[in-house]
Design a protein around this ligand. Structure first.
Ligand SMILES: Cc1cc2nc3c(=O)[nH]c(=O)nc-3n(C[C@H](O)[C@H](O)[C@H](O)COP(=O)(O)OP(=O)(O)OC[C@H]3O[C@@H](n4cnc5c(N)ncnc54)[C@H](O)[C@@H]3O)c2cc1C
Length: 394
């Protein structure tokens, strides 16, 4: 039987950040990260937009507010230390009608309350920052939003974990676990503490410990389309004012670290957890479970679920999706956005009794275990700060 002081289940950015933070705080301890995939960044951490969020969307008393601003600074410093490129795009939030201005004001007030650098600008100011974008009257300018290659960050973090003495074992799924032990198909590990950072399967792992039994993962698929525009034509990320009833940010345009513009991601209800397109990996049992959650979710007073389904499902159509983005940047045309991006699936946690999608990060303690249950966006940005916060509390 193998032994490790700490075992982390899940080697995405959150699991690796937790291993890294543990080793920084407890040098010399034995830390093992298990990931079921044969290569790093196979799921959300390698399939996201790579936007280093600033932290202005979130309620001031939330973990997201606290950890995103610090996470942005920590991730920038990490990229600097490890030679991972960061592109300082900044971001503008634009309105598509004058009715959205009060919501833009709310967003501005939140950002200021969260201590995030943020500026309210007029149409002329927007033209100067991003000549391709349009707004009605005013827009927000976030100078600390940026972009990096998300998979490059994951690889660099895995390297730092190894340099600090941790081991990252790939192709090693945890198939069962309880206080003090984890079983994989080939080995059983004894351990002092288990950290569950299993992303789309974090609820399943938590349930092994009797933790978070009111929660189930409700996956939402994010599709992207790349433009054929020359690099640098779009300079800033361009976002709409989000609908506060849903945890997603609406159709937006981002710029990659290499300067390419892309539209997306969507938040289309997924049929199973690793539903990346086609029927590859189709899981009938998961689909049945997920379908079983929808009647409760659809009656939820907390969200506009029929509206969400009505607006998201048509986004399977590239033309429809790209035309939505044209409301923010009028020169966007479907014929220029034909290259499909690598889709990602959001591991969104549903509180089953209330039908509520959890908006904030959810972290729960169990017997000799810690469970990261809702590592939704912007957890890639927040990962290093989240890990520091969690490790200080274990
Ligand atoms: C489309 C999309 C766009 C996004 N855009 C952004 C963005 O621009 N900026 C931002 O900050 N955030 C963004 N996010 C959010 C961000 O990607 C996630 O918050 C973050 O990657 C979560 O990291 P994770 O380590 O929890 O998850 P993951 O990367 O999914 O890692 C979990 C790991 O657990 C492993 N695993 C699962 N079960 C087991 C098991 N039983 N045994 C062993 N291993 C297991 C999986 O193989 C996986 O590697 C986006 C997310 C999506 C889906």
């Amino acid at each position: 039987m193998a032994a490790s002081d700490v075992i982390v289940i899940g080697g995405g950015v959150v699991g690796l950040a937790l291993a890294d933070a543990w080793l920084a705080r407890h040098p010399g301890s034995a830390v093992t990260v298990l990931d079921k995939e044969p290569h790093l960044a196979a799921h959300a951490s390698g399939r996201n937009s790579g936007v280093l969020h600033a932290g202005f969307y979130y309620a001031p008393d939330s973990l997201k507010a606290q950890l995103t601003r610090r996470g942005n600074q920590m991730l920038r410093a990490f990229c600097d230390e490890r030679g991972v490129d960061v592109r300082d795009t900044g971001k503008v939030v634009v309105t598509t009608s004058a009715e959205q201005l009060p919501r833009l004001d709310d967003l501005y007030a939140r950002g200021i309350a969260n201590g995030v650098p943020l500026e309210m600008i007029d149409e002329a100011g927007l033209r100067e920052l991003e000549p391709l974008a349009r707004t009605h009257g005013r827009a927000l300018w976030s100078p600390s939003t940026a972009v990096a290659d998300p998979a490059a960050v994951v690889h660099a973090l895995a390297d730092r974990v190894a340099e600090r003495g941790g081991q990252v074992l790939l192709g090693m799924p945890a198939v069962a676990a309880g206080p003090g032990w984890v079983r994989t198909p080939t080995e059983t590990f004894n351990t002092g503490h288990i950290i569950n950072a299993a992303g789309l399967y974090a609820d399943t792992v938590a349930h092994w410990f009797g933790v978070g039994e009111d929660y189930r993962m409700l996956p939402f698929k994010g599709l992207y389309w790349y433009s054929s525009w020359p690099a640098g034509r779009l300079q800033r990320h361009v976002y709409p004012v989000p609908d506060p009833r849903n945890p997603f940010l609406g159709v937006h345009l981002t710029v990659t670290v290499h300067g390419r513009a892309k539209v997306g991601p969507t938040a289309i209800p997924s049929l199973w957890r690793e539903d990346y397109g086609g029927l590859g990996g189709f899981n009938a049992r998961e689909s049945a479970q997920i379908a079983g959650l929808y009647p409760r979710f659809a009656r939820s007073p907390h969200h506009d679920v029929p509206g969400l389904v009505r607006t998201e499902l048509p986004k399977y159509s590239r033309r429809y999706l790209v035309n939505q983005a044209a409301a923010l940047v009028p020169s966007v045309r479907p014929q220029d956005f034909r290259e499909r991006g690598r889709p990602g699936v959001r591991a969104q946690l549903l509180h089953v009794p209330t039908g509520k999608l959890e908006m904030d990060f959810v972290v729960r303690g169990g017997e000799r275990s810690t469970h990261v249950l809702n590592a939704v966006s912007p957890a890639w940005t927040s990962s290093l700060a989240m890990a520091e916060w969690i490790v200080a509390r274990i």
